[in-house]
Design a protein around this ligand. Structure first.
Ligand SMILES: [Mn+2]
Length: 355
């Protein structure tokens, strides 16, 4: 809901006022935190530490897999912790950043803890959970923009590393057709640029890649099928969860592909990523329709991700799941074609191997 009565107090002032009632703060990022979640959590940590002097931990579940994100963490050293478990007492203010209370991909949902506050920019957010503080702005490119605006309101200098993290968050969130800036982004980005380091940004973006990454990529491209303008790729192998989204980002750049679904089984889950080109449907809506009744999805208009938990073992179960996902995706996309064509012709792949 939008605020109906204009408050004389800034958002950041109200946020800090609520946190004053607690002795410590636990900032929770979504699982497998991305640059936006990391930069947002870090920003809240600096804000609370500087203004209230209270202890703050920034935590998230899962892992950081994407090479650029790992490199970002190495270079910038954000004060984040990756955990499997959290326990929270009444004196701890839990703040969710970059995801909603009802999203399934964070530690609080899994432990049945309601957040005290939410700072986020994801769409389709329903908040049945009664939070004391809610700042959800789907029009803003990155959650980090919102947190940066708090620092700015409070007259705090982010310093070169946090500013770089926040700039990188903005960069990653404006990729793949999510290329909009709200007035707030336009206001905050030049301010962050005053402190951010272009050299560090460049280093992050050319992060070293493992040999496994190239193997994942090669086999993914060989496993991509086109059904009219809708593509599907089930990665035969995935060294980490993030390759799924990266392959989707790459494939949606193909001139013949307007919509793409990528998936890979990691541990016992099928992780999926959907991408759409601008003007060719909403990735989150298509993915929600695809996973209806079998899994959960989250994301934005042109970039979305989801998961089907507990995929049965064995090649037959996997085969059946792929077939089911293919049918669901094509139905969601309104594509009637049942036989796909390969992105790269099999003959070419085989000939190349025999050379
Ligand atoms: Mn975000």
């Amino acid at each position: 809901m939008t605020q109906t009565r204009a408050s004389s107090k800034s958002k950041s002032a109200r946020f800090l006022e609520i946190l004053r009632g607690y002795s410590k703060v636990l900032v929770v990022m979504h699982d497998n935190p991305d640059p936006d979640a990391i930069a947002s959590g870090w920003g809240v940590q600096v804000l609370v530490r500087e203004k209230l002097g209270k202890p703050v931990r920034v935590v998230g579940g899962g892992a950081i897999v994407r090479a650029e994100n790992r490199h970002m963490v190495e270079l910038l050293q954000p004060p984040i912790e990756l955990l499997d478990d959290v326990s929270v007492d009444d004196d701890t203010a839990t703040i969710l950043v970059d995801c909603g209370a009802e999203a399934t991909n964070h530690l609080l949902t899994r432990h049945g803890i309601d957040p005290v506050g939410i700072i986020d920019h994801h769409t389709n957010e329903i908040t049945r959970v009664a939070t004391k503080f809610t700042d959800i702005r789907p029009d803003v490119a990155a959650s980090a923009t919102i947190v940066a605006s708090y620092l700015r309101e409070q007259g705090l200098d982010p310093g070169p590393k946090l500013a770089t993290a926040m700039l990188y968050a903005g960069r990653t969130e404006t990729r793949g057709h999510e290329t909009y800036f709200s007035p707030l982004d336009r206001e905050v980005l030049p301010w962050l640029t005053e402190s951010g380091e272009p050299g560090l940004l460049a280093e992050i973006e050319s992060a070293p890649l493992t040999q496994d990454y190239f193997a994942d990529l090669l086999l993914a491209l060989q496993s991509t099928f086109l059904y009219d303008d809708a593509a599907i790729c089930f990665l035969p192998r995935a060294d980490g969860a993030e390759i799924v989204g990266e392959v989707a980002d790459m494939l949606v750049r193909c001139v013949n592909i307007r919509r793409v679904l990528c998936g890979a089984i990691i541990k016992n889950d099928l992780l999926v990523s959907a991408r759409t080109q601008r003007g060719f449907g909403s990735a989150i809506h298509l993915l929600e329709a695809t996973l209806d009744g079998i899994g959960g999805a989250g994301g934005h208009a042109h970039r979305a991700g989801g998961k089907i938990a507990g995929v049965g073992p064995g090649a037959t179960a996997v085969e059946r799941l792929h077939e089911d996902m293919k049918n669901r995706w094509l139905t969601a996309c309104g594509v009637h074609r049942k036989r796909g064509t390969r992105l790269i012709a099999k003959r070419e792949i085989v000939e190349n191997l025999e050379r």
